[in-house]
Design a protein around this ligand. Structure first.
Ligand code: KG4
Ligand code: ZN
Length: 336
């Protein structure tokens, strides 16, 4: 089965073709980050307009990479939510129109299910059951995964997502959007012993998270160090970046260890934008070694938003016999 995947939930236009026998045949991605960086965050209306401009050219590019004609597609999967409504509608209506024209099914996929399954695109994929840490700009969740569509939420953030906290902390330090990769870069030059930030909700049982307090802590630490013009010296910025990153990564690692112990499972999957973070991967490598478990993650391109994860998740759903009616429905908020 050959599935075209379309991702337009936020600020990346992603298109890919996944073949259930041969794997990925084509994968094209356009990031709008440079456009939004000027405004310090994603501007929804600009995002929708740019998806309109880029989506069809990317579909053509992906078909060319796969050396295929669109008539050889068996189905189209698109991100139906959660995400920015205008951006979602661009992907959904394009997917539905193409599918109608080609006489093939179209299937709306949950964006976070795409992230969750993305590590399965790699050469040594995890096998069910496993524990997954989903860490993106909008979500921080620990999930027990027993199969496609068999997801049990073990814990989640009660306020900000980990990626959102990275982005907000980045803004406080005057870094470019998105803050996650910028903080990670800056943290390499920081002195990790200068500040110690809290590890929220690790002193009590449970698998939920909270990152909004860490954000306030970052703001207060930064404000104390600003000069008369409100500027921070470069070393203080780097020292705050490393203290913040260590606190987030440590908190995530403590809860991952707990989730492995609680479930008795020995495979940990990390997915979503923040799973690209090198420090998180290092810390979790230590955790799994001590728990006699194995860590799985996707290549960086497939950690952040992309079409391949949607093509893959859609293909798995279709192989399991799932389909949608013909309505063009999108869900800006949608629990998995
Ligand atoms: O999964 P994603 O591309 O989009 C959403 O579904 O939200 O995740 C984007 C998030 C942003 O908050 C970004 O700052 C964060 O992932 N991110 C990182 C890194 N790369 C991306 N956070 C920390 N370290 C990174 N290397
Ligand atoms: Zn995402």
């Amino acid at each position: 089965m050959r599935v075209l995947g379309i991702e337009t939930s936020c600020d990346e236009t992603g298109v890919a073709i996944y073949d259930s026998e041969q794997g990925l045949l084509g994968d094209a991605l356009y990031s709008q980050i440079a456009m939004h960086a000027e405004y310090g965050g994603v501007v929804p209306e600009l995002a929708s307009r740019d998806h309109v401009r880029k989506l069809l050219p990317l579909v053509r590019e992906t078909l060319a990479q796969a050396r295929m004609d669109k008539s050889e597609l068996d189905a189209i999967a698109y991100t139906a939510g959660p995400g920015l409504i205008g951006a979602l509608i661009v992907g959904a209506s394009t997917a539905r129109a193409m599918a109608l024209g080609l006489g093939i099914p179209a299937l709306g996929v949950h964006h976070m299910e795409g992230h969750l399954l993305a590590p399965m695109l790699e050469d040594t994929p995890p096998a069910f059951p496993f524990v997954a840490l989903l860490v993106s700009g909008g979500h921080t969740q620990l999930v027990r995964v027993d199969g496609i569509g068999r997801y049990e939420l073990l814990g989640e953030s009660l306020d900000d997502a980990a990626g959102e906290a990275f982005d907000k902390a980045g803004k406080m330090l005057g870094l470019d959007y998105p803050g996650g990769p910028e903080i990670a870069k800056l943290a390499r030059h920081g002195d990790a012993t200068r500040f110690r930030f809290p590890r929220p909700m690790t002193d009590r049982p449970g698998l939920d998270f909270s990152f909004s307090g860490l954000k306030t802590f970052t703001l207060n630490t930064a404000n104390k160090l600003r000069d008369a013009d409100g500027q921070l010296d470069p070393q203080s910025k780097a020292d705050i970046a490393v203290a913040f990153e260590e606190a987030v990564v440590d908190t995530l690692a403590i809860k991952c260890k707990r989730a492995l112990q609680q479930t008795g499972l020995h495979q940990l999957v990390i997915a979503g934008g923040v799973s690209a973070n090198t420090r998180l991967r290092e810390k979790l490598d230590e955790v799994v070694r001590r728990q006699r478990a194995t860590l799985f993650y996707a290549r960086p391109r497939f950690c952040t938003d992309n079409g391949a994860m949607i093509a893959f998740a859609g293909c798995q759903r279709l192989l399991a016999g799932q389909s949608n009616d013909l309505k063009i429905s999108v869900f800006p908020r949608w629990p998995m």
